[in-house]
Design a protein around this ligand. Sequence first.
Ligand code: GAL
Length: 684
Amino acid sequence: MPHATPRGLGRLAFGGDYNPEQWPEEVWREDVALMREAGVNLVSLGIFSWARIEPRRGEFDFGWLDRVIALLHEGGIRIDLATPTVVPPAWFYREHPEALPVSRDGTRWAFGSRGAICHSSPAYREAITRVTTALGERYGDHPALAMWHVHNEYGVPVLECYCDVSAAHFRRWLADRYGDLEALNAAWGTAFWGQVYGAWDEIQPPRLTPTVANPAQRLDFARFASDSALENFRHERDLLHGLSPGVPVTTNFMVSPTQCDTMDYWAWGREVDLVTNDHYLVGEEDRNHVNLSMAADLSRAVGEGRPWLLLEHSTSGVNWQRRGIAKRPGEMARNSLAHVARGSEGAMFFQWRASRAGAEKYHSAMLPHAGTDSRVWREVVRLGADIGRLAELRGSRTVADVAVVWDWQSWWAQKLEWRPSEELNARERAEAYYAALFDRHLTVDFVAPDAGGLERYPLVVVPALYLATEGAGRRLRSYVEGGGTLLVSYFSGIVDEHDAVHPGPHPGALREVLGLTVEEFQPLHAERAVRLTAPGGGPELAADTWAETVVLRGAEPVWEYADGPAAGGAAVTRHALGEGAAWYVSARIGRADLDAVLARAAADAGLPERDELPRDLELVRRSGERGDYLFAINHNDAEATLPLAGAAGSRSGAGSGEELLTGERVSGKLTVPAGGVRVVRLDG
Ligand code: GAL
């Protein structure tokens, strides 16, 4: 079901997690009435209700769920029905204490919160089979069922389990991957520090060791952990496909690298019928809408550009952040519509009604503790109406200008200990380059290192790809030779899939395309900056944390180190290769200065300058059967005006269209109120 969307909505989705089991039944009728008032058409139901559904092993109580589903159905609200497998009931752990996961230091976690799961546990597998089958049999063909929501946020906050059962499972996974011990010993480089294995049962998960554990073993264990959870997801998905044919099955991701670092979402994206994502705005962060956009672009990417759905975000403050900063008026709508601009088929929240008890009672909700006489509720109702006006966008696709290569496995590898500097930070670089592209009003498609089809992007950016195979290097090389412009940041292309340095000088997998080698890494002292100057013209730039001694082998210097350990050497280079060019940035240039480098590469790629547009006026295009849609999201406190023709790379020559939220005709220029959003269907 590769192009699935929730069944039977007819509009974009609007709603949230609904936890009626936390409330007396009298409240349910009021819930449904208020949902209708707010324009809610989809709720995620039953995520944490295993203990209510199966109060004792094998004994099911579906009465309450039947009643609440009937009420929702009567109210015209469709259901994203969860399998509650993220929190097995207390009785399960009493029977199977061995199914509680063990941390790296050997501590067994306890029941009493959520997500305490050992994905290798046969008892857990048996229990999820029973409850998923019971749910699938009972509701698989219910007319209100829009989709299945398996589990909840696999991998958040923990995924790895180091117990003995997991150890045995890990060995089976390794045997599948390597076939024999000789291959494993070679891949893990066990000759180093005398770690050679002579029998499979000598191999353990990388538990706490006196000093740094084998990095290849750790990387494989991270892969194994993601894969073992994926096995459980696939198992539930396949049960549901069998019992509920034609109904899409999803599980909610948390693709933002700021929020989850345990899952290989490239692999997971291939397994769901519809990508769904949860995103929690970091209230305290300056310009946090940039990070939101990055999460939305990643969500679209893991579904290979297909429509996806934002399954959770917040109406206001988030109580697990250090400070639950309340959203400012209008911010929730900007957040929701930014996700829609970037491909979401709607906007859903955690949660419908604020909980009175439990760990999340201070988390904002669609219906807050303050009730309906509140700013949040009024904004929810307004947003529901706005989402309703965008029904025709269903199935249209976001159009990107630039590709950014990102890889979870490479990130995991780079984060391990004893890298050349503790301050090397892949996520920080990815976010910095993303922000620089955002500031140039360019829309990003994230791509995996093994992705084909790069030639459709004039510019490909590689902000942090420490682990890159020879194959990835060859693909980037042929992209450049064919006329593409590539921009690569430092500490990319260094190791292969086993975290072994590519033979020869750095950056092994990329030195040919970049036309250079790196003779020596030059990590900088804390707080010490270096200056970069451009002999051929260009602003002086500042860098900190990282520099390199670069040896040119075909590339030309564009910026050079004016001081610091690599003084006099090339810092930023350009290599003309075939029909294209490959840029290399060997230093950690701060966010503010990065734009100067990006501007040069973007010009090389023939991308338009959009200097006339205000900063933080977010422009994104979706394209569908009825035409092109321009989203203009104004994150500023002042009104913004932009020329419609050519905005966000639109094909529209006429520069006119219909604004869907106000119903007004617009022509020539579009004005976006301070903090407001406009969505224009451009005339074809
Ligand atoms: C998500 C989770 C929800 C809720 C929400 C707000 O990560 O899926 O169940 O906990 O965060 O904290």
